[in-house]
Ligand binder design. Structure first.
Ligand code: FES
Length: 83
């Protein structure tokens, strides 16, 4: 079974057991937010829930750590998604 999520309106596939961050990176998305001060890109960094670089909005809930949230079918990812 493969899950389908959306990132900023475009489909992203995930395998059961993958994190949201792993699914994004596997689909070619390496940055999903920018820093407030200087607008620098951020995505997966530590990959174990410590650095908070991977924060993302999931189903309208902001500041979720993409590296520790399991991917699920139908998730809507990203600040600019219509969540
Ligand atoms: S990549 Fe560091 S907390 Fe997610």
């Amino acid at each position: 079974m493969t899950y389908t999520m959306t990132f900023e309106g475009r489909p992203v596939r995930a395998e059961p057991g993958q994190s949201v961050a792993a699914a994004l990176v596997a689909s070619g998305v390496v940055s999903w937010r920018v820093t407030r001060g200087q607008g620098r890109p951020r995505g997966l960094f530590c990959g174990i829930g410590l650095c908070h670089d991977c924060l993302i909005t999931i189903d309208g809930v902001p500041d979720q750590r993409a590296c520790v949230v399991p991917a699920r079918d139908g998730m809507r990812l990203g600040d600019r998604d219509d969540a």
